[in-house]
Design a protein around this ligand. Structure first.
Ligand SMILES: [Zn+2]
Length: 223
């Protein structure tokens, strides 16, 4: 399963995520779902710093408004647990997002970025092409971007799109390891140091950086 979210910032710190939209893709059931949460409290209760940051997120990052969404925010953990209970592996993108979800769920969540790091160049290139054509959006209103935001950033602003793209990466990764018995890559959950692969399992380790362009491209598409 892949999980992505669009969030605002709470008052505690920059990583005090207040999830606004949550997207989950169940690869086994081939099911993509998205949930829009109402804010947990009134805008006026945010500090001036958080309000500034949240205006930035609305205008430049996801185009969502603080008061969008109608599922009570208190249901977030319940919804997330319900949707993830029966799945084997949960993937998120990036160390911070992964750790946040892992704390919320109380179970391992894997950082999808580590999968790409350990794939061969041609595979990453192939995945980049496949993720790039996915443009399906959720039903939430992402219209609050300001006029300076590029079309690419707007496209990456929807967590539903990102979760679908992430599912492509996981699906390709699973296909790759199931057809290549030499590979024994096992992703590590976020609680271990930076969710790295175990030493000695890196069959596809590259000794140059030429493939960084492709990998960065996929990561950009996933954002
Ligand atoms: Zn969306």
């Amino acid at each position: 399963m892949t999980v992505a979210f669009d969030a605002f910032q709470g008052n505690a710190c920059a990583r005090d995520y207040i999830i606004k939209c949550l997207a989950v893709v169940d690869l086994t059931k081939n099911l993509a779902q998205q949930f829009d949460f109402a804010p947990p409290f009134d805008w006026n209760l945010l500090t001036a710093k958080s309000r500034r940051q949240n205006n930035f997120l609305t205008n430049k990052v996801h185009g969502l408004a603080w008061y969008d969404g109608d599922i009570p925010h208190a249901c977030l953990t319940k919804v997330l647990k319900e949707k993830t209970d029966g799945v084997n592996m949960i993937y998120a993108k990036g160390d911070e997002n992964t750790k946040f979800l892992q704390n919320l769920l109380g179970r391992p969540v894997y950082n999808l970025e580590t999968l790409l790091t350990h794939m061969p160049k041609d595979k990453v290139s192939e995945i980049s092409t496949k993720t790039g054509v996915i443009t399906q959006r959720c039903a939430a209103n992402h219209d609050h971007f300001d006029w300076t935001v590029s079309a690419t950033s707007r496209a990456n602003g929807c967590c539903f799109t990102r979760a679908l793209r992430m599912a492509v990466v996981v699906r390709e990764y699973n296909r790759m390891i199931s057809t290549n018995q030499k590979l024994t890559i096992n992703p590590q959950p976020a609680s271990t140091s930076a969710a790295r692969m175990p030493a000695g399992s890196e069959v596809y380790e590259e000794d140059d950086d030429e493939d960084d362009g492709d990998k960065n491209r996929v990561l950009d598409l996933l954002r």
